[in-house]
Design a protein around this ligand. Sequence first.
Ligand code: DQA
Length: 147
Amino acid sequence: ANILVLNGPNLNLLGTRQPEVYGSTTLAMVEDACKRHGAEIGLTISCAQSNHEGALIDLIHDARGTQDGIVFNAGAYTHTSIALMDAIASVELPVVEVHLSNIHAREPFRHSSYIAKVAIGQISGFGADSYRLALDALATHIRGGRP
Ligand code: DQA
């Protein structure tokens, strides 16, 4: 199966951005780990990142037909973007929402997620490991297991 690992705004700064919250692993390291873990469990991983809402929407649209699912960290757009929610609903691909930090243990404005309304599930709070857990969950889902 082909999986897109998609990262939103400010995640290009991972590793140097508030390391006490998000850890010291860079985005390149996260993407590399996703590709390696994906290969181990039979997934072909493509990676993309954008700071722009419209560009993320285009990437989600483009995933239709080429990808079997998306692991998505929408960054702060998680809490604001009806447009990203609609894009996910439109392409009908399974999406696992990912966060490095535990958004439910942080400021109240981070507790709600538009992405969660259209995702098959959410993994939040395990740092860079959140991506690996999301890939495992998506692989199980695509192979017809539950969840
Ligand atoms: C984040 C959590 C969001 O609230 C925040 O805006 C981010 C990163 C995370 O991975 O923990 O940019 O998505």
